[in-house]
Structure formats: C-alpha cells, structure tokens
Design a protein around this ligand. Structure first.
Ligand code: ATP
Length: 356
C-alpha cells in the first residue's frame, strides 16, 4: 500500500532531514514512527502527502506516484498534521464558515480531535497521523486509539502511519515500529521483535516470604543467643514495664530483620550463581527489584529460560512471588536516541556539495 524507495530531503540550508529512506507497508498495518524531535518524521510524512517534494527518490501510495499522481493519490489519504492546519483542508468559504462558528469554542484538544476526525472521513485507504494525541484528554485518547486499531489492524481497511513520542501508544497500537535517527530509519520491526533484538535484559520483581513467628524465634535462638550472649541476656534483664513498653518489640524487629537479611542473601546468591550479570536495583523489606543484564553473547537469556531457571530456584529460596519482564521499548528507544549526536555529521557518501 505504501512503497518508499530511496527518499531523501535536503532543505535549502543544506540540512538533510531525511536520508535515503526505503520501506513498504501493507494494507491493515498500523506503523509507528518513533524518533526524537527533529529526526525527520514530519518531513517524511509531508513528502508522502505531497506538502513538499522529495529531493531524491520515489514513493507510491496505493500504486500512485507521489510526484506525478498527486490528485489521484489525495483521494486515498487522510492526514492529521502535527500543527493545527485545518486551513489547508478547506476551501476559503468553508474555512470562514467553520471558523465563524467554532472560533473561541474549541479548545486545543478538541481542535485536534476534529483534525483526527477529518483525517478519517470517507475511510481513506492510507491515514497519516502526525503526533495526534498531543493535548488530548485520556478518554478521547483511548477512544482515538480504538478507532485507529479498528480501521487498521482489526478491519484491515486502512494503512495507518503514526508519528509519536509515546512508546505506550506504539506498544498498544502498532503492528510495526520504525525508529528514526538523524533522518535515517535505524530499525524496523514489531515491538516484540525490537524488544528481543535490542533489549538489554530482564527485570525481576520479587517478594520474599514475610518471616513467621517461628522463624524469628529460631533466629533468636540460633543466631543471637549463639553469637551474642549479652544481647540474648537482654530480655531477662528487662523490667516488666520495659517489656510492656516496646523493648521486646525492638528485639523482635531486629530478629525479623535478621531473618529477612538471611533470606535475601540466599536468594541473591542463587540468582548470581544462575545468571551471568545480576544487578540489584531496589530493595525494600521483603520486596526487591533486580535486573538481569544481557550482553547478547549469552544465548541462554531468553524469557523462557529465565522463567525455567526462576522456577528451579524458587524451591530453594523463600520466594513468595515473582514476575519477569523484558526491559521496556522506551529503554531501547533511548539508546537509539542517544546516537542522534553521532548522526549530526554528514555520513560518508552523503555529502551535499555546493556549486557556485
Ligand atoms: N522548512 C525547513 N527548512 C529547513 N529545515 C527544516 C525545515 N523543516 C524542517 N527542517 C529541519 O529538518 C529536520 C527534521 O525536521 P522534522 O520536522 O521533519 O522533524 P520531526 O522528527 O518531525 O520532529 P518533531 O518530533 O519535533 O515533530 C529538523 O532538523 C528541522 O529543523
């Protein structure tokens, strides 16, 4: 439905906004374009919708050439631009009539909803949405998400190209995602594929058992009494009032803390003996969050393997519950976004020459 072949855009000031972009999208796809500000997403959409001309390359939408068949092509597309540009979509009379009616009555978010609705009118075959959710309230945002999913992935009526800064939106809506850096598409694939390919590991959220009274008692007998007889004598030296007033509670708390420490140390060492690179990120009482780093050299770090190993470990440690999840798409995106600086120089073979 969308075929892009070697599209490039150089602005007047020699700024290369899009560099030799090539990819294709079938019908029914919801494609998410990710990239930090200024990487070239809007420029790419503007070339496809005919707002601006590419410097180089060809593209077809629904079989129509973006350079020579703009009139036919426009009937196929719906476009919700990033900025409020309703003026481009209406005749002068319609524009005046509409704004005479709505001036001062539509908030920014409502104007945006109107723009999305206009882009969807007539069930266009290809819909371009340039950062549509900015400023939309959560209810409308969810409603818009449902509509996008309906027309693209569910009913296979349209191909949707969505530029966004929201990873959540991409994860929820898009069948495929492309991450753009410095005018180039650096990766393209399903969210799950990108996560598996670029993920740097797994997060494990765990909850250990709350120490039982019996465990606390055992700890007191085996550890405190053995290694610290003075402290063990502490209880017998307390007055009745002291026992009544909290002192005994403190002893119990210290014992309970000791049991928790032992449980955690055992759990931590089991993890470190099982996985190559474990980092403790956070710990509070019986809860802890750990990261299993993946250097992509160890093939065993697959989600299924991590679960299998955790299931084996859990019988040896005081683990009440745990969950394993892949690092988020946001993490992957951030690592791509950080490459933006490196992309600022003109790459080899892409130099723009000035002829005077
Ligand atoms: N008319 C123009 N003339 C010169 N440079 C431009 C023009 N329009 C955009 N650019 C530059 O081209 C690059 C890509 O801009 P573009 O608007 O396509 O980025 P974007 O990824 O859509 O950003 P955002 O997420 O902020 O919308 C930027 O460096 C921008 O400054």
């Amino acid at each position: 439905m969308v075929v892009i072949n070697g599209i490039k855009k150089t602005y007047k000031d020699d700024k290369i906004a899009v560099r030799n972009l090539s990819f294709a999208l079938p019908k029914g796809e919801c494609f998410g374009y990710l990239g930090i500000n200024g990487v070239g997403k809007t420029t790419e959409i503007k070339m496809l919708t005919g707002d601006i001309l590419p410097t180089q390359g060809i593209a077809t939408l629904g079989g129509f050439d973006i350079l020579t068949q703009q009139l036919k092509l426009r009937r196929l597309i719906g476009y919700c631009p990033q900025l409020d540009a309703l003026i481009d979509l209406l005749s002068l009379r319609e524009h005046l009539e509409l704004f005479a009616k709505i001036k001062g009555t539509l908030s920014g978010g409502n104007k945006l909803k109107l723009s999305v609705a206009i882009a969807m009118i007539g069930s266009p075959t290809i819909i371009f949405l340039d950062e549509p959710p900015t400023g939309m309230d959560p209810v409308s945002y969810e409603f818009m998400g449902d509509i996008i999913a309906d027309v693209s992935t569910a009913n296979k009526e349209s191909t949707v190209v969505l530029t966004t800064h929201s990873m959540e939106e991409c994860e929820a809506l898009c069948t495929r995602v492309g991450i753009m850096v410095g005018g180039r598409l650096r990766c393209l694939g399903s969210v799950q594929h990108l996560k598996s390919r670029f993920s740097d590991g797994f997060m494990i959220d765990s909850k250990l058992n709350v120490p039982s009274t019996e465990m606390v008692g055992n700890f007191y007998t085996t550890t405190i009494k053995t290694h610290c007889p003075e402290a063990a004598d502490f209880e017998s030296r307390l007055t009745r009032d002291q026992v009544k007033n909290y002192a005994i509670i403190w002893v119990n708390l210290i014992d309970s803390f000791g049991v928790q420490e032992n449980q955690f140390t055992t759990y931590d060492s089991f993890l470190r003996n099982t996985f190559p690179n474990v980092e403790l990120l956070e710990r509070q009482n019986e809860h802890c969050r750990l990261k299993l780093h993946d250097d992509h050299q160890n093939q065993s770090l697959l989600l299924s393997n991590v679960f299998a190993k955790m299931e084996a470990i859990k019988h040896n440690v005081a683990l009440k519950e745990y969950s394993v999840c892949q690092t988020s798409l946001e993490k992957n995106f951030n690592s791509f976004a950080s490459q933006q600086d490196e992309e600022k120089g003109v790459p080899r073979g892409m130099e723009v020459k000035k002829y005077v």
